[in-house]
Design a protein around this ligand. Structure first.
Ligand code: 13P
Length: 250
């Protein structure tokens, strides 16, 4: 049985005072059964040490990116050794904002995923189609290419530390959530891909979470879908609504 997973991706939001307030008023008040649901939040890198020192023990900390390169002369980067060194368990990779604004190709995302897994980090690997791709009937093709690029880099065993996040680009920050049926259709496709490309173990054990305008209003219906194992939440993760979303998975 898969444990639900709820991630809060805080993106490039919050001053330190706002992050402190969010932790104190929302995150540290979350009550959930850790046997049923795993919760992780991803602040900006600069806030990580404060968050680690002050967050309740049932909530894990994630970072929103890690470097393609190791420690060394790479100005402005943060490497997987450094993420590991701070005992951060999770990294979000391949987010559509990284793909769209920072030129991360499928190949780069595949390589970053392998490097993070080589350092025993767990990875939320994001995939998803743009609106034009969906309208052109290319959704599964696009997602397959994104997954294939990750598969190319990983051993079968490494998939046990991957959560796949399906985030349709047209649903991110737009208020236009995928319907439960639309989400399930793609999640089932991803589950089928895991079975045929990685194996039965990965098919059964890998969490496939949904992201894109998840709110306290739509979470309960989405989570009923058989292949939907949780959420990656953006805007609503900065608000008390996050507690309701965690509750929907609990
Ligand atoms: P929103 O929940 O704001 O649509 O963002 C989703 C997302 O990108 C999470 O990674």
């Amino acid at each position: 049985m898969r444990r639900y997973f709820v991630g809060g991706n805080w993106k490039c939001n919050n001053t330190i005072a706002q992050t402190q307030s969010l932790i104190n008023t929302v995150i540290n008040k979350l009550v959930f059964d850790t046997k049923k649901v795993e919760v992780a939040v991803a602040p900006i890198f600069l806030h990580v040490p404060w968050v680690q020192a002050n967050i309740q023990k049932n909530v894990q900390v994630a970072v929103q990116n890690s470097s393609l390169t190791k420690m060394g002369a790479y100005t402005g980067e943060i490497s997987v050794e450094q993420v590991k060194d701070l005992a951060i368990p999770w990294v979000i990779l391949g987010h559509s904002e990284r793909r769209q604004y920072y030129g991360e190709t499928n190949e780069i995302v595949g390589k970053k995923t392998r490097i993070a897994l080589d350092y025993q980090l767990s990875v939320m690997a994001c995939v998803g189609e743009k609106l034009a791709e969906r309208e052109a009937g290319q959704t599964t093709q696009v997602i397959q290419a994104q997954l294939d690029a990750i598969k190319k880099e990983l051993t079968t065993d490494q998939w046990s530390k991957v959560v796949v996040a399906y985030e349709p680009v047209w649903a991110i920050g737009t208020g236009r959530t995928a319907s439960p049926e639309q989400a399930q259709e793609v999640h089932a496709f991803i589950r089928g891909w895991l079975k045929s490309q990685i194996g039965t173990q990965a098919e059964q054990a890998t969490r496939i979470i949904y992201g894109g305008s998840v709110t306290e209003k739509n979470a309960a219906d989405l989570i009923k879908q058989p292949d939907l194992d949780g959420f990656l939440v953006g805007g609503a993760a900065l608000k008390p609504a996050f507690a309701d979303i965690v509750a929907a998975a609990n």
